[in-house]
Design a protein. Structure first.
Length: 410
RNA sequence: GCGGGUAUCGUCAAGUGGUCAAGACCUCGGAUUGUGGUUCCGAUAUGCAUGGGUUCGAAUCCCAUUACCCGCCCCA
């Protein structure tokens, strides 16, 4: 038997309602804020992700689905910010009135060991806002994330934010960290030594106990907790927080939050839930003011986030399956077919028994699947009527073919 | 890449070396030729992830493989 591949899943009819809910809630919330949906291809040039996501990241280094076709190196998208930025540049969106506000949803691919809340093909929904460097833009996208989650009935979430500063002040921070960690290099794990050269900030994210212990040292804590960011960045960050407070969005400052993608600067944030197991982040994002330029476009500030829809799905309550409005019971297949069509054309969902089974079987099926049974047997056909039976109350009425539709209520 | 766990019908499962592999749900058929969802009867794994081995005898013991789940790493 051929099975679905490791880390992939079928989304079955009985669980599709939640997915439709996640999609329509996104459409509703983002449209109100004038964010437009964009759909970009599922594969892109490998180089887009190498340059966009960053070659110090695990995503690019070991998790990409890359293949060759006609001497081109292509990669299944591991995330969608790079793709959206590519589209923004390619279609000259920088000449549109700014800011340009976009949202997307769709499958992403990362070659990792699957576990709870993590698959190889998974889905993200996200927003990207281009062309505004204002702190109100940061607050707007965080606000949208919160409103979106609220719309799905999620209210008790932990929002963590931090500022990584701009390239200039981050440089200073990076140097300070390298300086203070230098004496401990030997004690740090292999990954940390790799990060030390490539991306020192990520060292603080290390989960290895022996590394964590080193970070607790006083002189290192002083660097971590010290205000390394410049006045401008600090002011930006203050403003973001001011707006969040004004919107009554509760948040926590987490100075060790750095995020795993290279393109972030200034504001970064994550939204977590305790009900997710060890993969507890449902949303992650931040500002990426240099990415558009890195990928060959004009210098354009931007900010955005992405949510993992599988994780989201495990947090929202199951939506019960909808019953059909009507089930037509008849021994005359042609007559049943025509009546079903009449019902459907008048806005009802309707079905009949294709196999023309016995009356009893048909009623049985009707009771299981529909709210009303519409009976059209010989007697009804002769008198040009139908019998409409409410399957919840068992009440039924024989009524003319011109009026029966009024008796069926959705 | 590293570590732990699990594999018996569509689903949930019982079974721990000795005739036919429990049971429940679902599905299908019948009791009931025009009145259901609660009743009763019946059907449904020559098969226990796959391949070897031990044994008179294996779903049960051993070995290998595969798949899935969980954790680390990383991320949404």
């Amino acid at each position: 038997m051929i099975q679905a591949q490791k880390g992939t899943k079928d989304i079955l009819p009985q669980e599709i309602a939640n997915w439709q809910k996640m999609e329509s809630a996104g459409y509703e919330i983002f449209s109100k804020a004038n964010f437009k949906e964009i759909r970009t291809p599922i594969f892109e040039a490998t180089e887009l992700f190498a340059r966009g996501v960053g070659d110090s990241t695990d995503i690019v280094n070991k998790e990409m689905y890359t293949f060759e076709k006609s001497e081109r190196s292509l990669t299944l998208r591991p995330e969608n910010t790079a793709g959206v930025v590519r589209a923004y540049i390619e279609h000259g969106f920088h000449r549109l009135p700014q800011p340009v506000k976009l949202w997307y949803k769709g499958p992403m691919f990362r070659y990792e060991r699957p576990q709870a809340g993590r698959q190889r093909q998974f889905h993200q929904i996200g927003v990207e806002m281009f062309g505004s460097a204002e702190p109100s833009a940061d607050a707007e996208v965080i606000n949208l994330a919160v409103k979106y989650l609220n719309k799905l009935g999620l209210n008790d979430l932990e929002i963590e934010i931090n500022s990584l500063g701009c390239p200039e002040c981050r440089k200073k921070y990076r140097e300070a960290i390298k300086e203070v960690l230098k004496p401990h290099l030997q004690e740090l794990c292999e990954d940390c030594n790799f990060r030390y050269e490539k991306n020192p900030l990520r060292i603080l994210d290390c989960k290895v106990d022996s590394c964590k212990k080193i970070f607790e040292k006083e002189e290192i804590q002083k660097v971590i907790l010290g205000d390394f960011i410049c006045e401008e960045c600090k002011e930006h960050f203050e403003k973001v927080q001011e707006y969040l407070r004004a919107l009554n969005i509760p948040y926590k400052r987490n100075k060790q939050l750095v995020r795993g993608l290279d393109y972030y600067n200034r504001t970064v944030f994550e939204i977590k839930s305790n009900n997710l197991g060890s993969q507890n982040a449902v949303c992650g994002g931040g500002r990426y003011d240099s990415l558009v330029e890195t990928l060959g476009g004009p210098s354009t500030p931007a900010v955005g986030w992405a949510m993992g829809m599988e994780r989201l799905n495990s947090l929202i309550s199951k939506t019960p399956e909808q019953k059909l409005n009507a089930f037509v019971i008849s021994e005359d297949t042609t007559a049943a077919f025509k009546l079903v069509e009449e019902l459907r054309e008048n806005g009802f969902s309707a079905e009949f028994d294709y196999a023309n089974k016995k009356f009893k079987k048909q009623l049985d099926k009707a009771a299981k699947t529909a709210k009303y049974a519409v009976i059209l047997m010989d007697d009804e056909i002769k008198s040009n009527t139908v019998t409409v039976k409410n399957l919840d109350t068992s009440q039924q009425v024989n009524i003319s073919r011109t009026e029966y539709l009024n008796y069926i209520k959705i």
